[in-house]
Design a binder for this molecule. Structure first.
Ligand SMILES: [Zn+2]
Length: 221
């Protein structure tokens, strides 16, 4: 899951609330455009690509928790997009409603979605009893037999609510199946499940015995 098909919007600046996406800030103010949507999209694709998939391609060093030096990232991005700078990068990061990135001091990382080998050893252990995984019908049957394993990713991405897992699954299928995962027992048995943010949990693998049940959802009109 990296359900990311939402429309990309302009980034604007509200003098009170800072960077935001879309036309109006929550307070009703229409701020000045900082970055047009097509540039937000380009910048987002490159930054998430570097932080999740190909730091090496840009000569960027990443530690096992996924951190890279922010200035290194800015330099790499500028090589490809001359118009980019650290302020635009920060505007993109701070206005990202999905919490894809974490900026701390002079370091930055992607919070989830990695295909590079990372451990994310400083993430908190999941405190939810049940997690959800949305998929299509055929795939669901297979996962119940073999367990949920990451495909082209380092971790399996699970949702903390049924609604979130449905959102993700609907990007790929009209009639999603939601698998419920017994996170509590899995963790008790030593399976590492960690929280990337409030609504995404990560696991290296969920063996079949922790898949509790399937919920079939119909077509949405
Ligand atoms: Zn505002």
């Amino acid at each position: 899951m990296s359900g990311e098909s939402n429309k990309v919007e302009d980034i604007r600046l509200c003098p009170i609330h800072g960077y935001y996406r879309g036309e109006k800030c929550n307070c009703g103010y229409t701020g000045e455009i900082i970055l047009k949507s097509f540039k937000v999209e380009k910048l987002g694709r490159l930054v998430s690509g570097i932080l999740r998939h190909f730091p090496d391609k840009f000569g960027i060093e990443m530690d096992e928790d996924g951190w890279v030096n922010f200035n290194d990232l800015v330099r790499a991005v500028k090589r490809k997009y001359k118009w980019a700078n650290q302020w635009l990068l920060k505007a993109m990061i701070y206005s990202d409603a999905k919490g894809r990135y974490e900026l701390k001091g002079d370091k930055i990382r992607a919070k989830y979605g990695h295909s590079v080998k990372v451990k994310l050893s400083d993430y908190p252990i999941c405190n939810k009893e049940v997690l959800y995984y949305g998929t299509g019908e055929e795939e669901a049957q297979r996962l119940i037999e073999i367990g949920i394993k990451p495909v082209n990713q380092t971790f399996v991405h699970l949702s903390t609510t049924k609604e979130k897992s449905e959102e993700v699954a609907r990007l790929r299928t009209d009639e999603p199946i939601i698998l419920e995962v017994d996170a509590k027992s899995a963790i008790r048995d030593g399976i590492r499940i960690i929280m990337a943010n409030d609504y995404i949990a990560l696991a290296e693998e969920i063996p079949p015995k922790y898949i509790l049940k399937m919920v079939k959802l119909g077509q949405k009109n």
